[in-house]
Design a protein around this ligand. Structure first.
Ligand code: GFB
Length: 319
């Protein structure tokens, strides 16, 4: 069966669900270069956890395509602290949006998952086939279970109803518009904020959670949005597709990189009482590359740009 079925966006109405988030905002920026109409709706107008309201909104808005970037997300601490919300909210949002899309005859839907769907000790790099081959990382199993259910729902709707619903699994993302709340954020925004604050307040130490040994792959959100639009326009099959950069660093290397870019000269210390999470999470992106997509933003450039964005956003003056 052909997987490269063209879905031109010209003249289409494309709903970006979750347009206020880092990924959704990047998608809106990326879609501005396409000849399509981008639809968005604020959370105050529509709570995607409410089924009837979601179905009514979609029926009224009549999108041709949906990119499901709305989700309850967070870093290792937030995932661990709010398992009920991470499981419930994500199950509700994705079930409601996918079912509403089916009922309204949406021609194409792209569901977004995460690289944490794969087993904690999956062979690296992790190919799409690694799904459901072993136990999950406990700190984020609630989120991972929700995301696995979402990709399975898209698959099930393809099979039962013939809906052209596909799924993409992005690696750890970063970039402008990220969440910089130290309790809820992912590692990169946390380190950027900690480094700037430590520098401004002339603190002698910057605390990094865990041992510094875990490795993570990072992809700039603008590269991610570009890959997602590429998949929306060209890919149509059951199998979810990994979206990554191949750029993997240890948390210790990442901390060094961030302190270099921000100019923080104090000491980096490790708080081993905080969890490391999964030891490694590198995606095998051969499929995406074979579909004709490659990343453009290297990690050092992306971090420098994100630091600049954060400094401007927070009104931090460089000296
Ligand atoms: O980015 P992060 O929170 O998420 O943490 P995961 C990655 C690594 O960085 C862990 C370490 O080993 C953390 O202990 N780390 C060091 C820090 N300092 C910090 C800090 O100040 N803040 C944070 N947050 N981490 C999440 C999942 O896993 O990744 C989600 O929980 C999702 O489900 C997301 O998949 C992409 O990469 O461990």
């Amino acid at each position: 069966m052909a997987t490269d079925v063209p879905f031109p966006l010209a003249g289409k109405r494309v709903w970006v669900a979750g347009h206020r988030g880092m990924v959704g905002a990047a998608l809106v920026r990326r879609l501005a270069a396409e000849d399509c109409e981008v639809l968005t709706v604020d959370r105050a107008t529509l709570d995607l956890r409410r089924r009837a309201e979601t179905e009514a909104w979609v029926a009224d808005a009549r999108p041709d395509a949906v990119i499901l970037a709305a989700a309850r997300v967070g870093g290792i601490a937030a995932n661990d602290a709010y398992p009920g919300e991470f499981l419930h909210d994500n199950l509700a949002i994705q079930t409601n949006v996918i079912e509403a899309a089916r009922l309204s005859g949406v021609a194409k839907l792209l569901f977004l998952g995460s690289s944490c769907i794969y087993p904690k000790l999956a062979p690296q790099p992790m190919a799409e086939e690694a799904l459901l081959t072993g136990p999950l990382e406990p700190t984020n199993e609630w989120y991972a279970i929700a995301k696995i259910a979402g990709l399975k729902l898209a698959q099930a709707y393809r099979r039962q109803y013939g809906c052209d619903f596909i799924s993409a699994m992005p690696t750890n993302l970063y970039g402008p518009g990220d969440n910089f709340d130290l309790e809820a954020s992912h590692v990169l925004p946390a380190l950027i904020r900690k480094a700037y604050e430590a520098k401004v307040e002339r603190r002698p130490e910057l605390v990094v959670w865990g041992t510094g040994a875990p490795k993570r792959e990072f992809l700039h959100v603008d590269d991610c949005a570009d890959a997602l639009v590429h998949l929306l326009k060209t890919y149509s099959a059951d199998l979810h597709i990994n979206v990554g950069s191949g750029q993997e660093v240890s948390i210790a290397e990442l901390a060094e990189l961030v302190t270099r870019v921000t100019g923080y000269e104090g000491k980096i210390v490790y708080d081993a009482a905080k969890p490391d999470g999964t030891p490694r999470k590198l995606l095998d992106t051969s499929r995406l590359r074979a579909l004709g997509w490659a990343p453009r933003i290297d990690l050092a450039t992306g971090i420098t740009e994100t630091c600049g964005w954060f400094a401007e956003f927070r009104g931090i003056r460089e000296r």
